[in-house]
Ligand binder design. Structure first.
Ligand code: PLP
Length: 390
């Protein structure tokens, strides 16, 4: 039986063209890009082409792109680097309560070093309020870090508004765009973004690839010391095939974005409509309007998300209950709790994230399976029986 993969927020399959672009750089031309011979300069040229393309997608300059091992590294570097850069000016950081743990735990690390962090709350839809952001700013605020789009509920933040406030107050603005990059058009200038994290494996590129965009005006301290790679900021021999594959995947994502967005959003809306209309006591989490095209996050009352997930797993459907890296954690999602969901409802949540290779048949099969399994699990739920009988 074919696997139905509906966990694209966790990771995505490498696009065949991205794979093909990478292959020659494993065994045919494996030169170190820092070397002095002809084959090395070809490798160097290829990685620089990828850098230039990635920069263009953001309306940035190639020299503002630093390759990293992915979103986690970029987030850590951006937040701790900005804090180190500006600690003499101030030690206050503003972020949101619904960030990925790469951001939250970087902030927690800085709190242990004496920094103070304000965690902005969010609306029921998962959006921060600009008025609250303005109120949270203090004379010693040095950094605002708010994600572009949320990985669990897909809500897109008012990024241009956040950037405008940061810029008016002379505060560095970092955004974790790991889920948004490749899916949404991004302009770092228009949105006043100073630092931006992206990851290759979320847009059909290889795992272990990513970049940090650093506005050229910000002298962010180096992350790794060693050779002079990445203009001395992030030393270590480059992941050449990865960088080339990431560049290719981004190229395809940009070229096909509008059409993919339409197709994926249609499948998402169909899935949401079926789940909400066919399964009672079900709610959609996140914004209806400002939502990533592939995200469907729903809570089924009287059901445990983990149990439903394991039933779907038996039917070869891959989904998740929240962020991939917190799967297995017994605590309900910090994102849903911040959005005001009661704990028992938050525990009944399923995240289905759709990609370009999914089909309407798969979506319908999944909706059928969810409906049947939710009904079966509720039959066994004492809480539901009690509720139902009353
Ligand atoms: N930030 C967000 C919003 C994410 O969704 C993820 C991955 O799930 C990360 C950061 C971490 O990215 P990576 O897996 O490339 O380290």
């Amino acid at each position: 039986m074919k696997t139905i993969y509906l966990d694209h927020a966790a990771t995505t399959p490498v696009h065949p063209e991205a794979e093909a672009a990478m292959l020659p750089y494993f065994r045919e031309n494996y030169a170190n890009p820092s070397a002095a011979y002809k084959t090395a300069s070809e490798v160097r040229e290829k990685t620089e082409q990828a850098r230039a393309f990635l920069a263009k997608t953001l309306h940035a300059k190639p020299a503002e792109i630093y390759f990293t091992s992915g979103g986690t590294e970029s987030d850590n570097w951006a937040i701790k680097g900005a804090a180190r850069l500006l600690k003499a000016k101030g030690r206050h950081i503003i972020t949101s309560a619904i960030e990925h743990h790469a951001v939250l735990n970087s902030c927690a690390d800085l709190e242990r070093e004496g920094f103070q962090v304000t965690y902005l709350g969010v609306s029921e839809q998962g959006e921060i309020r600009l008025s609250e952001l303005e109120k949270a700013i203090r004379p010693d605020t040095i950094l605002i870090s708010v994600m572009y789009a949320n990985n669990e509920v897909g809500t897109i933040q008012p990024v241009a508004g956040i950037g405008a406030i940061a810029s008016q107050n002379g505060i560095i603005f970092h955004t974790d765009a790991v889920q948004a990059y490749g899916q949404l058009p991004i302009d770092v200038n228009k949105s006043h973004i100073d630092l931006l994290s992206a990851s290759g494996h979320k847009l059909n590129g290889p795992k272990g690839t990513g970049f940090l965009y650093v506005n050229e005006k910000i002298p962010l301290p180096s992350l790794l010391y060693g050779g002079g790679q990445e203009r001395g900021k992030r030393a270590g021999t480059e992941n050449v095939p990865g960088i080339i594959g990431f560049g290719k995947a981004a190229e395809i994502a940009c070229k096909t974005r509008a059409e993919r967005e339409r197709h994926i959003a249609k499948m998402r809306d169909h899935l949401i409509a079926r789940l909400l209309s066919e399964i009672p006591y079900t709610r959609l989490n996140g914004s209806r309007k400002n939502r990533l095209p592939g995200n469907c996050n729903v809570s089924f009352q009287f059901v445990r998300g983990a149990e439903l997930l394991s039933k779907l797993n038996e039917e070869n459907i891959c989904a998740s209950v929240g962020a991939a890296c917190t799967c297995g954690a017994s605590a309900p999602s910090h994102v849903l709790l911040a959005m005001g969901l009661p704990e028992n409802i938050a525990r009944g949540t399923l995240r289905l994230t759709i990609g370009y290779e999914n089909t309407f048949e798969e979506i319908d099969y999944t909706a059928d399976c969810i409906r049947n399994n939710v009904a079966a699990l509720r039959e066994k739920s004492e809480e539901y029986q009690h509720f139902y009988i009353r």
